[in-house]
Write a protein that binds this ligand. Structure first.
Ligand SMILES: [Zn+2]
Length: 207
């Protein structure tokens, strides 16, 4: 069985942390966000080539060697463009482009939701060191980094492909077998989650 293919970071998209250059180099890509929605060219959906006006730019990385920055869209969504949910774009964009947009969405979410200190309530400012993606409280020095959320994914790669290609003629035996396989895969991943929970619990209880 081959490894599942997810539109995650690929060699074509390399995330990076650092200062946004005052003048963007030629070919740089600017990703503009309207809340959690990314602004794309419409029909067919594609990342914009032109530099849309943004506020609070963040360095995201490089895409096919070109610098990528992202920020909140300034003004209205321009003609011929659309603000779209990342889920809807997963199959519409090349994997590396989607990975860049998804990474940018996480960075902007962290930026948007950590304007004030969770400890003392005072405003936060970007960390002085541009190599550190952190927000620092001006009052108490509390630092906030983008969140890393662990997740468990069950890949039913072969089964999903089979189901997709069987557009005509449903084989009930095959469906029943698939159902059992999916159920087992689900139970196996539930067990992984349970073991992980028990492990963390044991670690926490070590004194
Ligand atoms: Zn504080």
């Amino acid at each position: 069985m081959s490894l599942p293919v997810f539109p995650g970071p690929t060699p074509a998209f390399a995330p990076a942390i650092g200062a946004v250059p005052a003048t963007l180099p030629p070919g740089a890509r600017v990703l503009a966000f309207d809340g959690a929605f990314v602004v794309v060219r419409d029909a067919p959906a594609a990342l914009p080539d032109e530099a849309l006006p943004i506020t609070t730019p963040h360095l995201i990385g490089t895409l096919d060697g070109a610098l990528v920055v992202a920020g909140a869209l300034q003004g209205e969504v321009p003609e011929g463009h659309r603000a779209m949910d990342l889920r809807g774009l997963a199959s519409a964009l090349p994997a590396a482009h989607w990975a860049a947009a998804a990474y940018a969405a996480q960075v902007l979410h962290w930026d948007r939701t950590n304007r004030f200190c969770g400890a003392c309530g005072r405003p936060t400012v970007p960390a002085a060191d541009p190599a550190k993606r952190a927000k620092v409280c001006e009052g108490c020095g509390h630092e906030v980094y983008p969140r890393v959320s662990p997740c468990t994914i069950t890949a039913i790669h072969d089964g999903a492909l089979t189901a997709r290609s069987e557009l005509s003629g449903v084989n009930f035996d095959a469906e029943a077998i698939d159902l059992v396989r999916f159920q087992q895969a689900y139970q196996a991943s539930s067990r992984v989650v349970q073991v992980a929970r028990e492990t963390f619990q044991s670690i926490l209880e070590i004194r």
